[in-house]
Design a protein around this ligand. Structure first.
Ligand SMILES: Nc1ncnc2c1ncn2[C@@H]1O[C@H](COP(=O)(O)OP(=O)(O)OP(=O)(O)O)[C@@H](O)[C@H]1O
Length: 359
């Protein structure tokens, strides 16, 4: 049964998009464009929710609707139950204080120290000096910049600049943090440390995080829930573990194929054939989760089919804290072996995908 988005209780939703479309009218040289088409989506309070899509899919437009930088052409965006499109200037100012945002290029002010950058939104809101000190110091501790409070951004690394961005976003004690490709300009190691920080903030402060990204690695590392956006439409959504282990839409499958560990060795990929000739071997990807990840599956498979099994590629990983494995194996493509193997896979609850055949 499908529950219409409009009847879902709002209480658990930090953000709710209800049939949201966004059309940009033609102007000058550019033709009219529909950036979002009838998007319905809820972001659960306390979750880290990822929205992933390719360049131009509509991610930034979606996130800009949340803090009122854009208004929907139709439909409603609610933050904490409040209809963003109906807010006046004062309402929008209040909303933006309760919604923090971090950016790909950090957007820190080079003329201000680390402390001065984090203090800025509080100065603007008219907070007195002592209260600002009391608010900013613990935030610098939280993001690991306490010893850098008097430094200027030019003296800091990209990861440290993003830590300023995060502390500044948290200064007004928001309930929701929006992250617009916040790790896209960082190297993989720094990305991991920033993602760890976001996870800690989510757990310790109970802050809801809505992040947009084009990187599946980011979604895998940090989110509990994910929505896949393609050409302005949500094409798949769910718990991150479920979407990663059973991707249904071609866009999700394509985005996942870029993850390290999911690729076949080049030499094998080149030699794959779509149909078997006599004596060929079938190449199969096995995906296993939870308890299956801890069993000696390959030795059991060899016993069951009574034939040789080659291991071609394999990866063990964690998605949303749950173990997950992917193994590519090859065995005889003769009907008897294939039937025994399929029986073994179904008895053991393994998800399988035939990738092709090799000589
Ligand atoms: N103000 C605007 N006027 C006209 N078209 C726009 C406007 N803003 C965005 N678009 C178009 O809407 C589409 C979605 O843009 P958006 O920036 O939301 O995509 P995105 O998924 O965030 O992409 P990227 O990852 O490249 O930033 C794009 O084709 C873009 O050209």
């Amino acid at each position: 049964m499908t529950i219409p988005a409009s009847t879902i209780a709002r209480d658990d939703a930090a953000v709710a998009f209800d049939g949201v479309s966004k059309h940009f009218p033609a102007s000058g040289e550019s033709v009219a464009f529909t950036a979002l088409n009838n998007v319905s989506l809820t972001v659960a309070r306390g979750s880290i929710t990822g929205i992933i899509g390719r360049s131009g899919a509509g991610k930034s437009t979606l996130i800009r609707l949340v803090n009122g930088l854009e208004k929907p052409s139709s439909g409603k965006v609610r933050v904490d139950g409040v209809d963003v499109g109906a807010l006046d200037e004062g309402g929008l100012r209040n909303l933006r204080r309760s919604v923090g945002m971090i950016f790909q290029h950090f957007n820190v002010l080079s003329s201000r120290t680390v402390f001065g950058n984090v203090a800025l939104p509080l100065e603007i809101s008219g907070m007195d000096r002592r209260a600002i000190e009391a608010r900013v110091r613990p935030l610098l501790d939280l993001v690991g910049l306490a010893d850098k409070h008097g430094r200027y951004p030019a003296e800091l690394s990209g990861g440290q600049k993003q830590r300023i961005g995060i502390a500044r976003a948290l200064a007004t004690e928001p309930k929701l943090l929006l992250s617009d490709e916040a790790t896209s300009a960082l190297d993989p190691e720094t990305t991991q440390s920033i993602l760890e920080l976001l996870k800690r903030i989510n757990a310790e402060l109970g802050l809801t995080v809505l992040l947009i990204t084009h990187e599946m690695e980011v979604v895998k590392a940090v989110t509990s829930d994910v929505a896949v956006i393609d050409k302005g439409e949500i094409v798949e959504r769910g718990h991150t573990f479920d979407v990663f282990t059973h991707p249904k839409h071609a866009t999700t499958q394509a985005l996942l194929s870029g993850l390290p560990g999911s690729k076949l060795p080049e030499a094998i990929a080149r030699g794959l054939k779509p149909a078997a000739a006599p004596g060929d071997r079938v190449v199969v990807r096995l995906t296993f989760f939870g308890a299956a990840a801890e069993r000696p599956l390959i030795s059991q498979l060899i016993q069951s089919i009574g034939a040789e099994v080659n291991i071609i590629a394999g990866t063990i990983d964690e998605i949303g804290g749950k173990p997950y494995g992917s193994l590519v194996v090859a065995y005889g493509a003769d009907p008897e072996t294939v039937e025994k193997a399929e029986r073994f896979f179904s008895e053991n609850g393994l998800v399988t995908e035939v990738l092709g055949y090799v000589a």
